[in-house]
Ligand binder design. Sequence first.
Ligand SMILES: Cc1cc2nc3c(=O)[nH]c(=O)nc-3n(C[C@H](O)[C@H](O)[C@H](O)COP(=O)(O)OP(=O)(O)OC[C@H]3O[C@@H](n4cnc5c(N)ncnc54)[C@H](O)[C@@H]3O)c2cc1C
Length: 358
Amino acid sequence: MEVIVCGLGPAGRAVAHRALAAGCSVTVIDPHPDRAWTPTYAAWADELPGWLDPGVVAAAVDGPTAWAGREHRIDRVYQVFDTAALQASLTLDGATVIADSGVEVRPRSVRTAGGLTCTGRVIDARGLARSSRRAEQTAYGVVVARGELASTLFMDWRPDNGADPDDLPSFLYAVPLGNDTVLLEETCLAGRPALAPDVLRRRLEHRLRARAIVLTGAEPVERVRFPVQGGKPGGARFGAAGAMTHPATGYSVAAALAAADTVVEGGSVWTPRARAVAALRRAGLRALLALPPREVPVFFEAFFGLPAALQLSYLSGRDDLRGTLAAMRALFADLPPNLRRTVVASVVGDRDGLRHLR
Ligand SMILES: Cc1cc2nc3c(=O)[nH]c(=O)nc-3n(C[C@H](O)[C@H](O)[C@H](O)COP(=O)(O)OP(=O)(O)OC[C@H]3O[C@@H](n4cnc5c(N)ncnc54)[C@H](O)[C@@H]3O)c2cc1C
């Protein structure tokens, strides 16, 4: 049967590429099928499938740093993709490419805005539209010469960005891009609403000044804004559309690459355990959104103080229920009493999360 992939972001392109590799006949539909991806994507090396071309990695860092109350080394390899190489490696040779929008996307057919109807096994990878109901991640970053970065910072919550401690907090994300440049990005992990780009720009400039990094104003800029909530699990949906975005990090690219073969083979990426893990992580996001701003670094100090295996269980993979529960239990035990109360109140109020846990 024809495989029809609607949407050619990382998720759709990965699944179309793997369906072609498996010998399927594939049609892809996207209004801009050749549009070049521009975001700086990254992932933990241990999340990526073996079939991925190693040439898509722009930089790999063994043991990036997280700063909250103190410095923590994260004992894993973090990889920054060469975005253009990643897109190019997910070849679509042999697919029928339709430059159009799917307006009626059903499990066995897609009708396009241009009036075409395609029938087959549909995979809906149309991503997520922005909505005021969804928490978003925002960031503002600049690309500077590599010498400006002492270490790779997965999250740096140190309070030198000039923000009022009672305002929504942001952290510094700093990664090498592999061409003697680094990306320095002030990031609002999740907010409803999230911080505006000009607030993040001012905080970044303040923070970099405090670290004696001088910007000329001519640096290339990266702006980030995408929902970290939403999408519906199951059905024919995949990637962000299929609720595969990790609520704690906003990441979904590695998860989609890793799950592409399962989808091609007709398996479910939403096992009962994966649903329970997702519900727990949604409750985690709810707790994060409920924390008083000045307590957010305290929360992350407890998180990055967890054993590496528990951090991994919470941040990566989709169906390690035992590990996710153990990580949440250990984190809860390490939180100060006032934060425990906030966490309990936010989780108990998460009827959606509890429903999925039953
Ligand atoms: C600057 C930036 C940096 C990021 N960094 C990371 C990171 O380091 N790691 C990570 O995992 N994630 C990162 N993200 C998040 C990541 O971009 C998303 O999680 C990811 O793009 C979701 O992939 P997707 O393919 O599911 O959806 P999308 O990337 O949103 O792709 C959806 C595709 O569907 C197409 N489409 C939309 N409507 C239709 C329609 N009606 N018919 C047909 N096609 C349609 C769109 O044109 C698009 O090509 C970042 C995001 C940004 C903006």
